[in-house]
Design a binder for this molecule. Structure first.
Ligand code: DC
Length: 507
Protein backbone atom coordinates (compact mmCIF):
# COMPACT_ATOMS: atom_id res chain seq x y z
CA UNK A 1 0.00 0.00 0.00
CA UNK A 2 1.42 3.35 -1.02
CA UNK A 3 -0.24 6.59 0.04
CA UNK A 4 1.01 9.71 -1.75
CA UNK A 5 0.49 13.12 -0.19
CA UNK A 6 1.67 16.00 -2.36
CA UNK A 7 1.27 19.72 -1.94
CA UNK A 8 3.05 23.01 -1.44
CA UNK A 9 5.09 23.96 1.62
CA UNK A 10 3.01 24.52 4.74
CA UNK A 11 -0.10 22.79 3.41
CA UNK A 12 -0.06 20.47 6.42
CA UNK A 13 1.37 17.43 4.64
CA UNK A 14 3.77 16.55 7.43
CA UNK A 15 1.19 16.65 10.19
CA UNK A 16 -1.33 14.68 8.19
CA UNK A 17 1.19 12.13 6.94
CA UNK A 18 2.50 11.60 10.47
CA UNK A 19 -1.02 10.99 11.78
CA UNK A 20 -1.82 8.60 8.93
CA UNK A 21 1.40 6.68 9.54
CA UNK A 22 0.54 6.29 13.20
CA UNK A 23 -3.10 5.36 12.80
CA UNK A 24 -2.83 3.14 9.72
CA UNK A 25 0.51 1.41 10.47
CA UNK A 26 2.31 2.95 7.54
CA UNK A 27 5.96 3.85 7.23
CA UNK A 28 6.38 7.61 7.01
CA UNK A 29 8.55 8.93 4.20
CA UNK A 30 9.23 12.67 4.37
CA UNK A 31 10.86 13.31 1.01
CA UNK A 32 11.25 17.06 1.64
CA UNK A 33 13.57 16.16 4.52
CA UNK A 34 15.75 14.30 2.02
CA UNK A 35 16.17 17.34 -0.28
CA UNK A 36 16.80 19.41 2.84
CA UNK A 37 19.51 16.97 3.94
CA UNK A 38 21.26 17.23 0.58
CA UNK A 39 21.13 21.03 0.92
CA UNK A 40 22.67 20.77 4.39
CA UNK A 41 25.41 18.49 3.05
CA UNK A 42 26.17 21.10 0.33
CA UNK A 43 26.40 23.85 2.94
CA UNK A 44 28.67 21.77 5.13
CA UNK A 45 30.94 20.84 2.24
CA UNK A 46 31.08 24.43 0.99
CA UNK A 47 29.37 23.47 -2.28
CA UNK A 48 27.64 26.29 -4.19
CA UNK A 49 23.99 25.22 -4.50
CA UNK A 50 23.86 26.74 -7.99
CA UNK A 51 26.68 24.51 -9.22
CA UNK A 52 24.48 21.66 -10.48
CA UNK A 53 27.33 19.22 -11.09
CA UNK A 54 28.81 19.66 -7.63
CA UNK A 55 25.37 19.43 -5.99
CA UNK A 56 24.65 16.25 -7.95
CA UNK A 57 27.88 14.70 -6.70
CA UNK A 58 26.89 15.49 -3.12
CA UNK A 59 23.45 13.94 -3.64
CA UNK A 60 24.92 10.79 -5.11
CA UNK A 61 27.17 10.31 -2.11
CA UNK A 62 24.85 11.01 0.80
CA UNK A 63 22.96 8.32 2.65
CA UNK A 64 19.71 9.44 4.21
CA UNK A 65 17.56 7.43 6.53
CA UNK A 66 14.89 7.92 9.14
CA UNK A 67 14.37 6.97 12.75
CA UNK A 68 12.00 7.75 15.57
CA UNK A 69 12.71 9.72 18.71
CA UNK A 70 11.49 8.90 22.20
CA UNK A 71 8.24 10.82 21.59
CA UNK A 72 7.49 8.94 18.41
CA UNK A 73 8.46 11.87 16.15
CA UNK A 74 10.44 11.13 13.03
CA UNK A 75 14.17 11.85 13.03
CA UNK A 76 16.36 12.30 9.96
CA UNK A 77 19.88 10.93 9.59
CA UNK A 78 22.41 12.19 7.08
CA UNK A 79 25.27 9.69 6.79
CA UNK A 80 24.25 8.31 10.22
CA UNK A 81 24.22 11.76 11.88
CA UNK A 82 20.98 13.11 13.33
CA UNK A 83 20.18 16.28 11.33
CA UNK A 84 16.50 16.57 12.27
CA UNK A 85 16.86 20.09 13.64
CA UNK A 86 19.57 21.42 11.33
CA UNK A 87 17.57 20.84 8.13
CA UNK A 88 14.71 23.12 9.25
CA UNK A 89 16.36 26.52 9.29
CA UNK A 90 15.84 29.66 7.14
CA UNK A 91 19.25 28.98 5.52
CA UNK A 92 18.08 25.58 4.28
CA UNK A 93 14.64 27.01 3.31
CA UNK A 94 16.42 29.56 1.14
CA UNK A 95 18.49 27.06 -0.85
CA UNK A 96 16.50 23.83 -0.93
CA UNK A 97 14.47 24.70 -4.05
CA UNK A 98 17.65 25.22 -6.08
CA UNK A 99 18.99 21.87 -4.91
CA UNK A 100 15.68 20.07 -5.55
CA UNK A 101 15.58 21.44 -9.12
CA UNK A 102 18.77 19.61 -10.17
CA UNK A 103 17.69 16.55 -12.22
CA UNK A 104 20.52 14.33 -10.97
CA UNK A 105 19.63 15.18 -7.37
CA UNK A 106 16.04 14.14 -7.99
CA UNK A 107 17.16 10.96 -9.66
CA UNK A 108 19.33 10.04 -6.66
CA UNK A 109 16.60 10.92 -4.16
CA UNK A 110 13.83 9.09 -6.00
CA UNK A 111 16.02 5.98 -6.08
CA UNK A 112 16.61 6.24 -2.32
CA UNK A 113 12.90 6.87 -1.71
CA UNK A 114 11.84 3.79 -3.65
CA UNK A 115 14.45 1.71 -1.92
CA UNK A 116 13.37 2.91 1.53
CA UNK A 117 9.76 2.18 0.68
CA UNK A 118 10.39 -1.22 -0.88
CA UNK A 119 8.33 -3.96 0.74
CA UNK A 120 6.70 -1.48 3.12
CA UNK A 121 3.29 0.06 3.38
CA UNK A 122 4.16 3.71 3.11
CA UNK A 123 2.71 7.17 3.37
CA UNK A 124 5.07 9.46 1.47
CA UNK A 125 4.79 13.22 1.40
CA UNK A 126 6.40 15.62 -1.02
CA UNK A 127 5.83 17.31 -4.38
CA UNK A 128 6.16 14.53 -6.93
CA UNK A 129 5.07 11.42 -5.04
CA UNK A 130 1.88 10.77 -6.99
CA UNK A 131 3.37 11.83 -10.32
CA UNK A 132 6.91 10.42 -10.25
CA UNK A 133 7.95 8.48 -7.15
CA UNK A 134 4.90 6.23 -6.79
CA UNK A 135 2.71 6.82 -9.85
CA UNK A 136 0.82 3.63 -8.93
CA UNK A 137 0.08 4.67 -5.37
CA UNK A 138 -3.31 3.33 -4.30
CA UNK A 139 -4.20 6.61 -2.62
CA UNK A 140 -3.12 9.99 -3.96
CA UNK A 141 -3.95 13.25 -2.26
CA UNK A 142 -3.05 16.80 -3.24
CA UNK A 143 -3.23 19.06 -0.21
CA UNK A 144 -3.51 22.79 -0.61
CA UNK A 145 -4.22 25.74 1.63
CA UNK A 146 -4.12 29.46 0.98
CA UNK A 147 -0.63 30.94 1.32
CA UNK A 148 -1.41 33.12 4.35
CA UNK A 149 -2.74 30.11 6.26
CA UNK A 150 0.33 28.10 5.31
CA UNK A 151 2.73 30.86 6.40
CA UNK A 152 0.89 31.15 9.70
CA UNK A 153 1.22 27.39 10.31
CA UNK A 154 4.93 27.45 9.53
CA UNK A 155 5.40 30.38 11.95
CA UNK A 156 3.55 28.46 14.67
CA UNK A 157 5.65 25.35 14.02
CA UNK A 158 8.83 27.37 14.51
CA UNK A 159 7.52 29.34 17.51
CA UNK A 160 7.68 32.64 15.62
CA UNK A 161 5.33 35.33 16.92
CA UNK A 162 6.72 38.40 15.16
CA UNK A 163 4.33 39.39 12.27
CA UNK A 164 7.23 40.75 10.20
CA UNK A 165 8.95 37.39 10.37
CA UNK A 166 5.66 35.72 9.39
CA UNK A 167 5.55 38.01 6.34
CA UNK A 168 9.07 36.88 5.49
CA UNK A 169 7.94 33.26 5.72
CA UNK A 170 4.99 34.04 3.45
CA UNK A 171 7.32 35.62 0.89
CA UNK A 172 9.63 32.63 1.05
CA UNK A 173 6.72 30.16 0.68
CA UNK A 174 5.48 31.98 -2.40
CA UNK A 175 8.97 32.06 -3.88
CA UNK A 176 9.36 28.32 -3.24
CA UNK A 177 5.88 27.52 -4.61
CA UNK A 178 6.85 29.37 -7.76
CA UNK A 179 10.25 27.64 -8.01
CA UNK A 180 8.86 24.17 -7.22
CA UNK A 181 5.92 24.50 -9.64
CA UNK A 182 7.85 25.88 -12.58
CA UNK A 183 11.00 23.78 -12.50
CA UNK A 184 11.53 21.52 -15.47
CA UNK A 185 11.90 18.20 -13.69
CA UNK A 186 9.08 16.80 -11.55
CA UNK A 187 7.37 20.15 -10.89
CA UNK A 188 4.90 20.45 -8.06
CA UNK A 189 1.58 19.48 -9.60
CA UNK A 190 -1.28 17.18 -8.70
CA UNK A 191 -1.40 13.73 -10.27
CA UNK A 192 -4.37 13.38 -12.59
CA UNK A 193 -6.01 10.90 -10.28
CA UNK A 194 -5.23 12.74 -7.05
CA UNK A 195 -7.99 13.78 -4.70
CA UNK A 196 -7.68 17.51 -3.89
CA UNK A 197 -8.18 18.64 -0.35
CA UNK A 198 -8.10 22.31 0.55
CA UNK A 199 -7.08 22.34 4.18
CA UNK A 200 -7.50 26.11 4.82
CA UNK A 201 -10.95 25.58 6.23
CA UNK A 202 -10.60 22.08 7.69
CA UNK A 203 -9.39 20.73 10.98
CA UNK A 204 -6.55 18.22 11.01
CA UNK A 205 -8.95 15.55 12.24
CA UNK A 206 -11.31 16.18 9.32
CA UNK A 207 -8.46 15.88 6.85
CA UNK A 208 -7.12 12.73 8.48
CA UNK A 209 -10.57 11.14 8.54
CA UNK A 210 -11.12 11.93 4.90
CA UNK A 211 -7.84 10.36 3.83
CA UNK A 212 -8.28 7.38 6.15
CA UNK A 213 -11.55 6.68 4.42
CA UNK A 214 -9.68 6.61 1.10
CA UNK A 215 -7.06 4.25 2.56
CA UNK A 216 -9.75 2.04 3.97
CA UNK A 217 -11.44 1.84 0.62
CA UNK A 218 -8.18 1.06 -1.18
CA UNK A 219 -7.35 -1.68 1.33
CA UNK A 220 -10.75 -3.15 0.89
CA UNK A 221 -10.31 -3.19 -2.88
CA UNK A 222 -6.89 -4.83 -2.45
CA UNK A 223 -8.25 -7.43 -0.05
CA UNK A 224 -11.07 -8.28 -2.49
CA UNK A 225 -8.53 -8.68 -5.24
CA UNK A 226 -6.10 -10.94 -3.32
CA UNK A 227 -7.96 -13.37 -1.13
CA UNK A 228 -4.66 -14.81 0.15
CA UNK A 229 -2.73 -14.54 3.36
CA UNK A 230 -2.58 -10.77 2.93
CA UNK A 231 -6.29 -10.32 3.36
CA UNK A 232 -6.40 -10.66 7.14
CA UNK A 233 -3.45 -8.31 7.33
CA UNK A 234 -5.30 -5.64 5.44
CA UNK A 235 -8.34 -6.18 7.60
CA UNK A 236 -6.41 -5.96 10.81
CA UNK A 237 -4.83 -2.68 9.90
CA UNK A 238 -8.15 -1.25 8.96
CA UNK A 239 -9.81 1.05 11.46
CA UNK A 240 -12.67 -1.03 12.79
CA UNK A 241 -15.69 0.65 11.26
CA UNK A 242 -14.54 3.13 8.69
CA UNK A 243 -17.24 4.37 6.41
CA UNK A 244 -16.50 4.25 2.70
CA UNK A 245 -14.67 7.20 1.17
CA UNK A 246 -16.76 10.32 1.13
CA UNK A 247 -17.02 11.85 -2.29
CA UNK A 248 -16.68 15.30 -0.74
CA UNK A 249 -13.04 15.62 -1.81
CA UNK A 250 -12.73 17.76 -4.93
CA UNK A 251 -11.44 15.56 -7.68
CA UNK A 252 -8.83 16.73 -10.19
CA UNK A 253 -9.82 17.85 -13.69
CA UNK A 254 -9.81 14.28 -15.04
CA UNK A 255 -10.78 12.27 -12.01
CA UNK A 256 -10.22 8.53 -11.87
CA UNK A 257 -12.31 7.16 -9.03
CA UNK A 258 -9.93 5.69 -6.46
CA UNK A 259 -11.17 2.10 -6.14
CA UNK A 260 -11.26 1.58 -9.89
CA UNK A 261 -7.78 3.00 -10.17
CA UNK A 262 -6.63 0.40 -7.63
CA UNK A 263 -8.38 -2.37 -9.44
CA UNK A 264 -6.56 -1.80 -12.69
CA UNK A 265 -4.65 -4.98 -13.39
CA UNK A 266 -1.50 -3.12 -14.39
CA UNK A 267 -1.26 -1.62 -10.92
CA UNK A 268 -0.84 -5.16 -9.67
CA UNK A 269 1.70 -6.02 -12.34
CA UNK A 270 3.80 -3.00 -11.50
CA UNK A 271 3.88 -3.83 -7.84
CA UNK A 272 3.72 -7.58 -7.53
CA UNK A 273 2.94 -9.21 -4.24
CA UNK A 274 6.04 -10.54 -2.57
CA UNK A 275 5.61 -14.32 -2.88
CA UNK A 276 7.53 -14.72 0.38
CA UNK A 277 5.03 -12.68 2.42
CA UNK A 278 3.15 -15.82 3.46
CA UNK A 279 6.21 -17.16 5.23
CA UNK A 280 6.53 -14.03 7.32
CA UNK A 281 2.86 -13.99 8.22
CA UNK A 282 1.87 -17.64 8.61
CA UNK A 283 2.45 -19.93 11.54
CA UNK A 284 5.71 -21.82 10.94
CA UNK A 285 4.13 -25.17 11.75
CA UNK A 286 1.71 -24.61 8.87
CA UNK A 287 4.33 -24.01 6.21
CA UNK A 288 4.03 -26.42 3.26
CA UNK A 289 5.49 -29.84 4.01
CA UNK A 290 8.48 -29.48 1.68
CA UNK A 291 9.53 -26.26 3.41
CA UNK A 292 9.14 -27.81 6.84
CA UNK A 293 11.27 -30.71 5.63
CA UNK A 294 13.91 -28.26 4.42
CA UNK A 295 13.81 -26.57 7.81
CA UNK A 296 14.22 -29.79 9.75
CA UNK A 297 16.99 -31.02 7.46
CA UNK A 298 18.86 -27.73 7.87
CA UNK A 299 18.57 -27.82 11.62
CA UNK A 300 19.63 -31.45 11.93
CA UNK A 301 22.68 -30.96 9.70
CA UNK A 302 23.69 -27.62 11.27
CA UNK A 303 22.96 -28.98 14.73
CA UNK A 304 25.20 -32.03 14.25
CA UNK A 305 28.05 -30.09 12.66
CA UNK A 306 27.90 -27.25 15.16
CA UNK A 307 27.88 -29.62 18.12
CA UNK A 308 30.93 -31.37 16.71
CA UNK A 309 32.86 -28.21 15.95
CA UNK A 310 31.81 -25.99 18.83
CA UNK A 311 30.25 -28.24 21.50
CA UNK A 312 27.70 -25.72 22.67
CA UNK A 313 25.12 -25.57 25.37
CA UNK A 314 22.37 -23.19 26.51
CA UNK A 315 22.53 -22.89 30.28
CA UNK A 316 19.24 -22.21 32.08
CA UNK A 317 17.52 -23.03 28.78
CA UNK A 318 14.39 -24.17 30.69
CA UNK A 319 13.52 -20.51 31.08
CA UNK A 320 12.88 -20.50 27.34
CA UNK A 321 11.85 -24.08 26.62
CA UNK A 322 9.27 -24.23 29.39
CA UNK A 323 7.85 -20.77 28.75
CA UNK A 324 4.13 -20.35 28.22
CA UNK A 325 3.61 -18.62 24.88
CA UNK A 326 6.06 -16.70 22.73
CA UNK A 327 9.16 -14.97 23.99
CA UNK A 328 11.17 -12.02 22.74
CA UNK A 329 14.70 -13.37 22.96
CA UNK A 330 17.49 -10.81 22.85
CA UNK A 331 21.13 -11.70 22.61
CA UNK A 332 24.58 -10.20 22.11
CA UNK A 333 25.88 -10.83 18.62
CA UNK A 334 29.43 -12.02 18.15
CA UNK A 335 29.37 -14.37 15.16
CA UNK A 336 27.23 -15.86 12.45
CA UNK A 337 26.80 -18.98 14.56
CA UNK A 338 24.74 -17.21 17.23
CA UNK A 339 21.36 -17.29 15.46
CA UNK A 340 21.93 -20.81 14.17
CA UNK A 341 22.53 -22.48 17.51
CA UNK A 342 19.89 -20.67 19.50
CA UNK A 343 17.30 -21.48 16.83
CA UNK A 344 18.39 -25.15 16.88
CA UNK A 345 18.24 -25.25 20.64
CA UNK A 346 14.71 -23.81 20.62
CA UNK A 347 13.53 -26.23 17.92
CA UNK A 348 15.08 -29.23 19.69
CA UNK A 349 12.75 -28.44 22.59
CA UNK A 350 9.65 -28.28 20.42
CA UNK A 351 9.50 -24.55 19.92
CA UNK A 352 9.82 -22.33 16.88
CA UNK A 353 12.02 -19.24 16.77
CA UNK A 354 12.04 -16.56 14.09
CA UNK A 355 15.27 -14.56 13.88
CA UNK A 356 14.91 -10.92 12.81
CA UNK A 357 17.61 -9.98 10.30
CA UNK A 358 18.64 -6.86 8.43
CA UNK A 359 16.85 -6.58 5.09
CA UNK A 360 20.11 -5.77 3.28
CA UNK A 361 20.57 -9.57 3.01
CA UNK A 362 17.44 -9.72 0.85
CA UNK A 363 19.44 -8.26 -2.02
CA UNK A 364 20.83 -11.78 -2.37
CA UNK A 365 17.84 -13.57 -3.90
CA UNK A 366 18.66 -17.04 -2.62
CA UNK A 367 19.24 -15.70 0.90
CA UNK A 368 15.83 -14.01 0.89
CA UNK A 369 14.16 -17.18 -0.42
CA UNK A 370 15.86 -19.35 2.17
CA UNK A 371 15.50 -17.02 5.16
CA UNK A 372 11.77 -16.68 4.49
CA UNK A 373 11.36 -20.45 4.55
CA UNK A 374 13.16 -20.91 7.83
CA UNK A 375 10.91 -18.31 9.42
CA UNK A 376 13.30 -15.35 9.54
CA UNK A 377 11.80 -11.86 9.32
CA UNK A 378 13.60 -9.00 7.52
CA UNK A 379 13.72 -5.58 9.15
CA UNK A 380 14.69 -2.34 7.47
CA UNK A 381 17.13 -0.66 9.74
CA UNK A 382 17.13 3.12 9.99
CA UNK A 383 13.38 3.28 9.46
CA UNK A 384 10.42 2.69 11.71
CA UNK A 385 9.72 -0.67 10.05
CA UNK A 386 6.17 -1.14 11.25
CA UNK A 387 5.63 -4.13 8.98
CA UNK A 388 8.45 -6.06 10.65
CA UNK A 389 7.28 -4.98 14.09
CA UNK A 390 3.76 -6.26 13.38
CA UNK A 391 5.01 -9.53 11.95
CA UNK A 392 7.09 -10.17 15.04
CA UNK A 393 4.19 -9.15 17.25
CA UNK A 394 1.79 -11.56 15.57
CA UNK A 395 4.33 -14.39 15.63
CA UNK A 396 4.81 -14.05 19.39
CA UNK A 397 1.06 -13.83 19.89
CA UNK A 398 0.83 -17.17 18.05
CA UNK A 399 3.37 -18.64 20.48
CA UNK A 400 6.47 -18.43 18.30
CA UNK A 401 9.67 -16.95 19.70
CA UNK A 402 11.38 -13.97 18.13
CA UNK A 403 15.13 -13.55 18.18
CA UNK A 404 16.56 -10.05 17.98
CA UNK A 405 20.17 -8.91 18.17
CA UNK A 406 19.66 -5.39 19.49
CA UNK A 407 23.28 -4.52 18.67
CA UNK A 408 22.15 -4.64 15.05
CA UNK A 409 25.39 -6.05 13.73
CA UNK A 410 28.09 -8.49 14.71
CA UNK A 411 30.38 -7.13 17.41
CA UNK A 412 33.90 -8.27 16.67
CA UNK A 413 35.63 -6.73 19.67
CA UNK A 414 34.64 -5.07 22.91
CA UNK A 415 36.03 -1.75 21.62
CA UNK A 416 33.56 -1.67 18.75
CA UNK A 417 31.02 1.14 19.10
CA UNK A 418 27.53 -0.27 19.38
CA UNK A 419 24.13 1.36 18.98
CA UNK A 420 21.32 -0.52 20.65
CA UNK A 421 18.22 -0.79 18.45
CA UNK A 422 15.15 -0.44 20.58
CA UNK A 423 12.68 -2.24 18.29
CA UNK A 424 12.65 -5.41 20.42
CA UNK A 425 11.01 -3.62 23.35
CA UNK A 426 8.25 -2.29 21.12
CA UNK A 427 7.65 -5.72 19.57
CA UNK A 428 7.42 -7.35 22.99
CA UNK A 429 5.20 -4.61 24.30
CA UNK A 430 2.75 -4.91 21.40
CA UNK A 431 2.67 -8.70 21.74
CA UNK A 432 2.43 -8.43 25.53
CA UNK A 433 5.19 -11.00 26.05
CA UNK A 434 8.21 -11.00 28.35
CA UNK A 435 11.73 -10.36 27.09
CA UNK A 436 14.27 -13.10 27.67
CA UNK A 437 17.92 -12.00 27.80
CA UNK A 438 20.48 -14.51 26.54
CA UNK A 439 24.26 -14.15 26.29
CA UNK A 440 26.80 -16.03 24.23
CA UNK A 441 30.59 -16.35 24.58
CA UNK A 442 33.17 -18.30 22.64
CA UNK A 443 31.54 -17.99 19.23
CA UNK A 444 33.78 -15.08 18.28
CA UNK A 445 36.74 -17.45 18.40
CA UNK A 446 34.92 -20.32 16.73
CA UNK A 447 33.75 -18.26 13.74
CA UNK A 448 35.89 -15.12 13.67
CA UNK A 449 34.39 -13.78 10.44
CA UNK A 450 36.13 -12.12 7.52
CA UNK A 451 38.37 -14.57 5.68
CA UNK A 452 39.37 -16.34 8.86
CA UNK A 453 38.49 -20.03 8.93
CA UNK A 454 36.06 -21.66 11.33
CA UNK A 455 37.83 -23.47 14.13
CA UNK A 456 36.84 -25.83 16.92
CA UNK A 457 36.02 -24.02 20.10
CA UNK A 458 33.56 -24.40 22.95
CA UNK A 459 30.62 -22.03 22.94
CA UNK A 460 28.51 -21.21 25.96
CA UNK A 461 25.12 -19.55 26.08
CA UNK A 462 23.17 -18.63 29.17
CA UNK A 463 19.55 -17.54 29.45
CA UNK A 464 18.60 -15.07 32.15
CA UNK A 465 15.22 -14.60 33.73
CA UNK A 466 12.32 -13.44 31.59
CA UNK A 467 11.58 -9.75 32.20
CA UNK A 468 7.92 -8.70 32.18
CA UNK A 469 6.76 -5.15 31.57
CA UNK A 470 4.88 -5.13 34.86
CA UNK A 471 7.95 -5.79 36.93
CA UNK A 472 9.72 -2.76 35.49
CA UNK A 473 7.67 -0.59 37.82
CA UNK A 474 7.19 2.16 35.23
CA UNK A 475 3.93 3.56 33.92
CA UNK A 476 3.23 4.70 30.37
CA UNK A 477 3.99 2.90 27.13
CA UNK A 478 7.02 4.93 26.09
CA UNK A 479 8.62 4.84 29.51
CA UNK A 480 8.01 1.10 29.78
CA UNK A 481 9.59 0.45 26.38
CA UNK A 482 12.62 2.54 27.32
CA UNK A 483 12.95 0.78 30.66
CA UNK A 484 12.71 -2.62 28.94
CA UNK A 485 15.33 -1.66 26.40
CA UNK A 486 17.68 -0.67 29.21
CA UNK A 487 16.93 -3.58 31.55
CA UNK A 488 17.06 -6.14 28.73
CA UNK A 489 20.47 -5.13 27.47
CA UNK A 490 21.87 -4.69 30.97
CA UNK A 491 20.87 -8.29 31.65
CA UNK A 492 22.41 -9.54 28.42
CA UNK A 493 25.73 -7.90 29.24
CA UNK A 494 25.59 -9.04 32.88
CA UNK A 495 25.04 -12.63 31.71
CA UNK A 496 27.87 -12.31 29.21
CA UNK A 497 30.22 -11.06 31.94
CA UNK A 498 29.18 -13.94 34.21
CA UNK A 499 29.88 -16.42 31.41
CA UNK A 500 33.27 -14.89 30.77
CA UNK A 501 34.06 -15.21 34.45
CA UNK A 502 32.91 -18.82 34.58
CA UNK A 503 34.70 -19.75 31.36
CA UNK A 504 37.87 -17.67 31.33
CA UNK A 505 39.28 -16.81 27.94
CA UNK A 506 35.94 -17.08 26.14
CA UNK A 507 34.92 -13.87 24.34
O1 DC B 1 8.22 19.69 2.22
P1 DC B 1 9.45 20.55 2.53
O2 DC B 1 9.17 22.00 2.75
O3 DC B 1 10.28 19.97 3.62
O4 DC B 1 10.33 20.44 1.19
C1 DC B 1 11.58 21.08 1.05
C2 DC B 1 11.85 21.38 -0.41
O5 DC B 1 12.12 20.19 -1.11
C3 DC B 1 10.72 22.08 -1.14
O6 DC B 1 11.10 23.39 -1.48
C4 DC B 1 10.51 21.32 -2.40
C5 DC B 1 11.47 20.18 -2.36
N1 DC B 1 10.81 18.91 -2.56
C6 DC B 1 10.74 18.42 -3.83
O7 DC B 1 11.15 19.07 -4.77
N2 DC B 1 10.18 17.19 -4.03
C7 DC B 1 9.71 16.48 -3.01
N3 DC B 1 9.20 15.26 -3.23
C8 DC B 1 9.77 16.97 -1.70
C9 DC B 1 10.31 18.22 -1.51
Amino acid sequence: MKVAIDGPAGSGKSTIAHELARRCDLMLLDTGAMYRSVTLACHEQGVDVHDADAVARVAQEVRICFGTDKDGAQTVFLNDRDVTASIRTPGIDADVSAVAAVPAVREAMVAQQRSLAQDNDVVAEGRDIGTVVFPDAEVKVFLTADPAARAHRRALQRNIEDPTQEQEILKDLKRRDQADSTREVAPLRPAEDAVHIDSSSMTIEEEVQQIMALISQARQAAANQTPTSDAPDAGEKEPAKKEPAKPSATPSPKPKPKPEAKEQPEAKDDEPEDPDDRFYDEEMRKFPLRHRALYVATLIICGALSKLLWPWKLENGEELWNAEGGRMVIMNHVSMIDPVIIVISDWAHGRRMRPVYKSEFDKIKIAKWYFARIGAIPVKRGTADIKAVRRAQRAMQRGEDILVFPEGTRVYSDDQEVTIHAGFALMAQLAKVPVLPVAIVGARDGAPGGNKPLRPHRIFMRAGKSITFDELGVKGRKKQAEAMEKAGMEQVYALRDELRKDHPGKM
